[in-house]
Design a binder for this molecule. Structure first.
Ligand code: KG4
Ligand code: ZN
Length: 369
């Protein structure tokens, strides 16, 4: 079964074709990230407009990369149509930015009607871990993917960590899960982005903090880890405030000193040290919870998903502290993509989930897991 997955919940316009939930035939992404850098974060109106511009070229690229026209076909008499190869369409209908979601959902609805394909409505957060089920690529794919060698097994503990989400879920099967806990305030990626801003490092914060931290001493400061009464919930706002207060006192100012003026007063060494300490502590927060969950539930696999799954520190700490090898995938499939949407939709189809009505499917910006 070949599914075209469409994803537009945030700033990536993405489409991909996945066969049987595990073989990647194409992966097309156009990001509007460059347009948001100047603002230090995603601007919803700019993202939505960019989706409109990129949506159809991205879908066409996903189709033509997955099904290259056979060379013996002669245009215009040829009637080779990649749509003949597609069995279903899947689309993110939430959670996400309203304007962004609308572009993907309206596109998918229109294509489902005009191409006469079943339409699957996919929860973006639920889909993230399913990027780890992609273990093969087709020879037509030109870029390289570092994929897990085998699919994760159930019960599966999934850490979903991105700019919009920080949560942990225990899956008994692809469609049955229990949400163990989530962040009470910022998502971990959001904390990386905010701390990067304080340090004067470029957006997105995750990669720039990782880069700066490489030159820092990770035990230069003592930053607090939030102590919550729930074993699987997180909080990052206290950590972010501690970063701010520590840096203010480091330059001899009090808590009234504006955060946007801090970076110019800090040395490169101070920035690098704080990047390293923040990164270590933020990652420890989610790793502590994951290890606790592992010990309580003894899952057969632990997967990490979402943009922060690209973090080398997260991968390293999990590998050091878990008795089993955590599963993670290529960076291109950690950040938002259409492949994870198609991969989860495959399991929905296999489990007889009713396709959505292409005439009425609505977006759900506040959908949760
Ligand atoms: O999944 P994603 O592309 O979008 C959302 O659904 O939010 O995740 C983006 C987030 C950003 O906050 C970014 O700072 C973070 O992922 N990120 C990282 C790294 N690469 C991206 N965080 C930590 N370390 C990284 N190497
Ligand atoms: Zn995401």
């Amino acid at each position: 079964m070949r599914i075209l997955g469409i994803e537009t919940s945030c700033d990536e316009t993405a489409a991909a074709v996945v066969e049987d939930g595990h073989r990647l035939l194409s992966n097309a992404v156009a990001s509007s990230m460059d347009l948001h850098v100047a603002y230090g974060g995603v601007v919803p109106e700019i993202a939505a407009r960019s989706h409109i511009e990129h949506m159809m070229p991205v879908v066409e690229k996903a189709l033509s990369n997955a099904f290259p026209q056979p060379s013996n076909f002669q245009l215009p008499t040829s009637n080779f149509d990649p749509w003949d190869q597609i069995d279903a369409i899947a689309v993110t209908y939430g959670p996400g930015l309203g304007g962004s979601l609308l572009v993907g959902v309206m596109t998918a609805r229109t294509l489902a009607i005009t191409k006469n394909k079943p339409l699957y409505a996919v929860n973006h957060v639920h889909a993230h871990p399913f990027a780890n089920f992609i273990t093969k690529t087709s020879p037509s794919l030109t870029s390289n993917f570092q994929l897990p060698t085998s699919a994760p097994t159930f019960p599966m503990l999934a850490l979903i960590v991105s700019g919009g989400h920080s949560q942990m879920a225990l899956f008994g099967s692809p469609l049955e899960y229990e949400l163990l806990g989530r962040t009470r305030d910022d998502a971990i990626g959001e904390a990386f982005d905010k701390v990067a801003k304080i340090l004067g490092l470029p957006y997105p914060g995750g990669p720039s903090i990782q880069k700066a931290a490489a030159n820092g001493y990770p035990h230069a400061y003592k930053l607090p880890k939030a102590k919550l009464d729930h074993p699987y919930e997180y909080s990052f706002s206290g950590l972010k405030t501690a970063v701010l207060r520590t840096l203010q006192s480091e330059i001899g100012e009090d808590h009234t000193f504006p955060s946007h003026k801090l970076a110019e007063r800090l040395s490169e060494a101070q920035k690098a040290n704080m990047a390293a300490n923040f990164m270590r502590t933020a990652v420890e927060t989610v790793v502590d919870s994951s290890v606790r969950a592992y010990e309580e539930f003894r899952p057969k696999s632990v997967v990490i998903a979402g943009g922060v799954a690209a973090s080398a520190e997260l991968r390293k700490q999990l590998e050091e502290r878990l008795p089993i090898q955590p599963v993670y995938t290529d960076m291109k499939l950690c950040t938002d993509n259409g492949a994870m949407i198609a991969a989860l939709a495959y399991h929905m189809a296999q489990n007889d989930v009713e396709p959505a009505d292409p005439y009425t499917l609505d977006i759900k910006p506040n959908l949760s897991m």
